[in-house]
Design a protein around this ligand. Structure first.
Ligand SMILES: NC(=O)c1ccc[n+]([C@@H]2O[C@H](COP(=O)([O-])OP(=O)(O)OC[C@H]3O[C@@H](n4cnc5c(N)ncnc54)[C@H](OP(=O)(O)O)[C@@H]3O)[C@@H](O)[C@H]2O)c1
Length: 271
């Protein structure tokens, strides 16, 4: 006797080599992109808008950049972004993401949570307050947003959350203690949420040295040149590399949860 979950029609289709790959799978899906105006987030916003998603885009304070992105998306795809300004550490700001999504008239389907802080502090100044500040920015605020939006999605019946870590959260790099350890906590928390929820998938993208956003200055200054020179990576990362990974996890029929996708061109493996 076949399993009660067996779908014979589907099985027959596979035997005939007929497979379904969704085209514009994100059409009309409401997705919140926190930190969507940043160096990496803006590429994800652009890809998701191209794929037809309806977007709530959050940033902390750089309104000029947010408005410039909004104009670029309107010009390219005819979509008006719902912008949310403010620090994710504040509960009222996190609630504003939910209200902005409600205005789009569909249940919130997904969230990509980009905010983070490089938390660069000289070793001699690394004290409790510097460590707590990094923990708040790189762990507490993004995980609280994931918890709140994910609980709402779990109730509505489906959802997908993507959190942004870093290659430094999965491989040990010297001098990265203050940034990487809270990001490693974020990875573990995301896996716990993925375990806990039944209808919401939670995954992590861990970028490497990427040419935009918070690593731009270091990459431009040559900090990662040795990895290209010794062929550990074929080139520096681009925001589009990260955007594609984020979009992959957000696809509605995606079959992956609780995973970390390291988008580093092979740097952590071959360095
Ligand atoms: N760029 C890289 O090479 C790289 C590599 C590894 C990992 N990452 C990770 O990828 C994520 C995105 O990095 P990025 O390079 O795109 O950073 P970014 O260019 O500095 O952009 C950060 C974005 O998040 C917003 N933001 C920051 N703190 C916030 C807060 N407390 N509340 C609300 N919004 C906040 C910023 O808004 P405002 O501009 O208004 O402040 C901006 O939209 C981060 O988590 C980072 O750790 C980046």
């Amino acid at each position: 006797m076949a399993s009660p979950y067996w779908d014979e029609e589907l099985a027959a289709r596979f035997r005939q080599f007929r497979y379904e790959f969704a085209g514009r799978a994100l059409d009309d899906r409401v997705i919140a992109v926190a930190g969507g105006t940043g160096g990496l987030g803006a590429a994800a916003v652009t890809l998701l808008a191209r794929d037809g998603a309806r977007l709530v885009v959050g940033y902390r304070a750089n309104r000029e950049r947010a408005q410039a992105l909004s104009r670029a998306i309107a010009a390219q795809f005819g979509q008006k972004l719902q912008l949310v300004e403010g620090d994710l550490a504040e509960a009222a700001v996190r609630r504003a993401y939910q209200s902005a999504a409600e205005q789009l008239g569909q249940p919130l389907y997904g969230a990509a949570i980009f905010p983070g802080d490089p938390a660069r502090v000289p070793w001699e100044s690394l004290d409790a307050s510097a460590m707590e500040a990094s923990l708040r920015a790189n762990y507490v605020a993004p995980i609280l947003l994931a918890k709140e939006l994910g609980s709402q999605m779990e109730q509505s019946g489906q959802g997908s959350i993507v959190l942004l870590a870093t290659m430094q959260a999965v491989a040990a790099f010297e001098s990265s203690l203050n940034y990487a350890a809270p990001k490693a906590a974020l990875v573990h928390a995301a896996r716990i949420l993925a375990r806990q929820w039944r209808r919401v998938r939670v995954n992590i993208v861990a970028p490497g040295a990427t040419m935009a956003g918070m690593a731009e200055a270091s990459v431009r200054a040559g900090k990662y040149d040795a990895y290209v020179a010794n062929h550990a990576v074929p080139r520096f990362g681009r925001p589009e590399d990260v955007a594609r990974a984020v979009r992959f996890f957000l696809e509605p029929d995606n079959y992956v949860t609780g995973q970390v996708l390291v988008v580093d061109g092979g740097l952590t493996l071959r360095r």
